[in-house]
Design a protein around this ligand. Structure first.
Ligand SMILES: [Zn+2]
Length: 512
């Protein structure tokens, strides 16, 4: 519609490149049938246009095509293993190489290349009709992406018009070629159906705009029009970055939902309660509530409180299992997760309940409730006073007795038939009353304690943020968030956000 002879030359370029590709076999048959072996030739043809009707022009056109084909061959070997498309880089590079070479021999490139003016089909409106046809073809298959592309392209064109003072028609290579391709190709081709494709496409369009503007203000424009270069460079950068960072924590929508929940919670001056499970000790200590630390050859019923009181043999078994667990607990130190949890506790949480029994938390400023007690202490079954482990394993020879009332001593961890400590239970109830957001961190299974907290949260429509794992068999509700994977990483992101929220704390106090 706009330049008939450019179209003819483009067809010629496609024909030649497609035929040569068959000979040198730089594409598979399947790729060749899709037509992707020919488009670089089309662009070379489009560029030379009606100058191919002079002998000199035709020679230059054919030489450019040959260079283009060679570059295409090399680039494919280089970029395809990196999962990056070559786009029309071969055509662009070969055209620029030719133009710069000619200008070295001080030919007037403008005079040489465009001997005849581009002849439109219609007297007026050729360009408009062409645009409508192209947009219709785009919208035929991708109506929504086309609409978004039009918005991006128009905005980009208007901004450039305002910045450069040039007419919109003069900026046609920006808004009609580079921005459109940058957005549309990511949405409908390279990252079709991929997560965050719209974000990547917008980023690509913005980057293409910046590269175009750089070309414009540095005077490169004087040497050659930017052609498709902004689109090609931005797409290669965007796709490389996408492949590298798509799994980064900050690009997960669930993390942003978490941030939103935490912000709302703070604005409403609500509390945040957390429960942690054995997931925070993964690989170092066995899960306490599931009894992984008990001797598998002994029936679990031998480890009850009733049996502990009644049978000397069961007492021995209980002490032995506890002592082994205690020895394991002594060897481990605070890990990354503990450090993140300490920070979270000091800056955001109102209460931390844990299913671990290793007493590794820093409990000086804020209480941490160990729902199942602590493996590092002993207590008296009669007067409930606590005591440390004796330095030598006396339990293997005789029963241990309380220093105060000579009652029977037992490791201060809950046996299967013991109830949760009343102080801990009350703290739990009190915390959940004020709670606006519940964190469930590294809890592998639904234990009675976890079930109590989760049911309380669900009954009050409190959103739950699961970090690390979803408890086995639990169905996550709409209001809930799941951040599966590395617990320490997620907590680090959350703590970073809490740091940002810090000033709001003062605002809330003032509001109260
Ligand atoms: Zn006692």
């Amino acid at each position: 519609m706009v330049a008939v002879w450019s179209a003819v030359a483009a067809l010629l370029g496609v024909l030649i490149n497609n035929s040569l590709s068959l000979v040198i076999k730089d594409y598979t048959v399947q790729e060749w049938r899709l037509g992707i072996a020919g488009y670089n030739g089309a662009i070379v043809g489009m560029y030379w246009g009606d100058s191919i009707f002079s002998i000199m022009g035709l020679c230059l056109f054919l030489v450019t095509l040959l260079i283009c084909l060679l570059i295409e061959f090399r680039l494919r070997a280089l970029l395809i293993p990196k999962q990056l498309p070559i786009l029309s880089l071969p055509a662009m590079v070969s055209i620029l190489v030719m133009v710069f070479t000619i200008s070295l021999f001080s030919f007037d490139t403008n005079h040489l290349l465009f001997t005849g003016a581009a002849e439109p089909v219609l007297q007026t409106y050729s360009r408009e009709v062409a645009i409508i046809l192209v947009v219709s073809a785009m919208a035929y298959q991708y109506p929504l992406a086309t609409l978004q592309t039009l918005g991006i392209s128009l905005t980009g064109g208007l901004v450039a018009q305002w910045l450069t003072g040039l007419n919109l028609y003069a900026l046609v290579d920006l808004w009609a070629i580079n921005l459109v391709l940058a957005y549309f190709s990511i949405k409908t081709l390279f990252l079709k159906h991929a997560r965050l494709a719209s974000l990547a496409a917008t980023f690509n369009a913005l980057l293409a705009w910046i590269i175009w503007y750089f070309w414009f203000i540095t005077g490169l424009e004087q040497l050659s029009a930017p052609l498709l270069i902004p689109f090609i460079m931005s797409s290669l950068i965007t796709l490389s970055l996408y492949r590298q960072y798509i799994n980064h924590n900050l690009l997960q929508s669930e993390l942003w939902r978490t941030f939103k929940l935490m912000l709302i919670n703070r604005l409403r001056a609500k509390q945040c309660v957390a429960i942690t499970g054995s997931g925070i000790r993964k690989g170092t200590l066995p899960d306490y509530p599931s009894g992984q630390w008990l001797d598998p050859k002994v029936p679990i019923t031998s480890y009850t409180l009733a049996e502990f009181k009644a049978s000397k043999r069961c007492r021995y078994l209980y002490w032995k299992a506890s002592y082994d667990y205690y020895q394991q607990a002594l060897t481990i130190n605070k890990n990354n997760i503990d450090e993140q949890l300490d920070y979270l506790l000091n800056h955001y949480l109102s209460g931390l309940f844990t299913e671990t029994v290793d007493s590794l938390f820093n409990t000086e400023q804020h209480p941490v409730y160990e729902c199942y007690g602590s493996i590092k202490r002993l207590y008296c079954l009669d007067c409930a006073k606590q005591q440390a482990w004796p330095p030598i394993p006396l339990w293997s020879q005789r029963d241990l007795h309380c220093q105060h009332c000579s009652g029977l001593l037992k490791p201060q961890i809950l046996a299967a038939d013991e109830n949760i400590d009343s102080e801990c239970y009350q703290a739990l109830q009190k915390n959940m009353m004020e709670c606006g957001c519940l964190l469930v961190i590294g809890v592998p299974t639904i234990t009675p304690v976890v079930s109590m907290i989760i049911e309380n949260a669900n009954a009050n429509k409190i959103p739950i943020i699961f970090i690390g794992t979803i408890p086995f068999g639990y169905f996550v509700e709409e209001k809930d968030v799941q951040l599966t994977g590395d617990i320490a990483h997620w907590l680090a992101e959350i703590n970073g956000f809490i740091n940002l929220l810090h000033p709001l704390k003062w605002g809330c106090k003032w509001k109260k």
